[in-house]
Write a protein that binds this ligand. Structure first.
Ligand code: UT7
Length: 329
């Protein structure tokens, strides 16, 4: 039996960082940011005592409530993040504790911007195998914790946020997560999109802090080229493998990194902008949060009907990318 999404939820912190705010902090301007990225503002979790697990916990509580599940009925929690509260324990264990899911096991997945896609694909296997009745999958990042707000090339792009879903066996055949294609290319990522400090290679020292190694570093132009090609290719591949024409697709749910990448992917698929969810203008790039946040917004708007064909696509550090085909049940 395929895995179906039976609940969606999201959490965006209240703090707003607008392009105008950034103009006061950096040599940048609202017009450049909007035309090059489509971003107008992003959310920031300003309380230093709160981080990714806090946002994941907010999502988890809503998911249980929406689905009418008790915390002790949950069997597995997977959290996709590249900004865990700590290197260990995992953020999934912290979320488990926040909601009191005492019978669940819990682990993290780090595939950067593709984290939620990797986690959704992994989670669906536990349902398909019949070993688990339910899995909670959360994607989220406190990107503001690894942004150098003196670096205009990255500071404008990212925001904080989290989203998630509950997966259970589909009620009928032919619904749910029907196909997934995942890719990694370790040759591509290590120079162009990374955080050098804080791991076992460059543990924190005064020098690593002085050298700004604990911040995200990106060669935007290089990543842009790979993202456009890879997201468009994997979207086309998902369509071909499942005999989907552009008319069959109800929603393209793309990773929200840059409106130009989103539009290029939609164009390659031949689908109209009206069938593409985009909230990059309001939230920027929340990394592992983007796709579940989009799903939750579509769901709350009542835009997901039984039989709706969704194509989810992502690209991120690693490089990692992938596409997932979901028929909404
Ligand atoms: O989610 C993970 C994957 N990440 C992505 O998908 C991000 C992919 N990359 C991008 O979205 C884009 O490459 C950026 C938005 C990061 C940059 O846009 P771009 O069109 O590739 O600009 P660029 O880096 O080629 O820079 C163009 C110019 C440069 O000036 P010169 O050399 O032409 O004089 C930059 O110095 O724009 C300048 N620039 C800025 N100007 C004002 C770069 N950042 C800014 C800024 N404000 N914030």
């Amino acid at each position: 039996m395929n895995a179906a999404i039976t609940a969606t939820a999201r959490y965006l912190p209240e703090g707003v960082l607008t392009n105008k705010d950034l103009e006061r902090m950096l040599d940048t301007n609202d017009e450049w940011i909007r035309t090059r990225t489509g971003i107008s503002e992003r959310r920031i979790l300003r309380d230093p005592a709160k981080a990714t697990a806090f946002m994941g916990g907010k999502v988890a509580k809503q998911l249980l409530e929406k689905r009418g599940l008790r915390a002790d009925e949950l069997e597995l929690i997977i959290v996709a993040t590249m900004t865990p509260d700590m290197l260990f324990p995992s953020t999934a264990c912290l979320v488990q504790d926040i909601i009191g899911a005492k019978n669940a096991w819990a682990f993290d997945i780090n595939a950067a911007c593709s984290g939620f896609m990797y986690a959704l694909n992994t989670a669906s296997k536990f349902i398909e195998a019949g070993t688990h009745k339910n899995v909670m999958v959360i994607g989220g990042d406190k990107m503001s914790s690894i942004i150098d707000y003196t670096d205009r090339s990255t500071a404008i792009l990212f925001g904080d946020g989290a989203g998630g879903v509950i997966l259970e066996a589909a009620g009928s055949e032919g619904y749910g997560v029907l196909d997934a294609r995942m890719y990694s290319d370790g040759t591509g990522g290590k120079d162009h999109l990374l955080m050098k400090g804080g791991g076992s290679l460059n543990p924190a020292t005064h020098e690593t802090v002085d050298q700004h190694l604990h911040y995200i570093h990106q060669d935007g132009r290089m990543v842009f080229k790979s993202a456009v090609t890879s997201m468009a290719d994997v979207a086309a591949e998902i369509m071909e493998r499942n005999n989907l024409t552009s008319d069959d697709i109800s929603w393209l749910v793309p990773h929200q990194a840059n409106q130009r990448i989103i539009s290029a992917t939609a164009e390659r698929m031949g689908i109209d902008d009206s069938k593409v969810i985009s909230n990059v203008a309001r939230y920027g790039n929340t990394t592992a949060g983007t796709i579940p946040i989009c799903l939750s917004e579509l769901d709350d708007r009542g835009d997901l009907m039984r039989g709706s064909n969704l194509v989810l696509v992502s690209f991120g550090a690693g490089y990692t990318w992938g596409g997932i085909y979901v028929k909404w049940q």
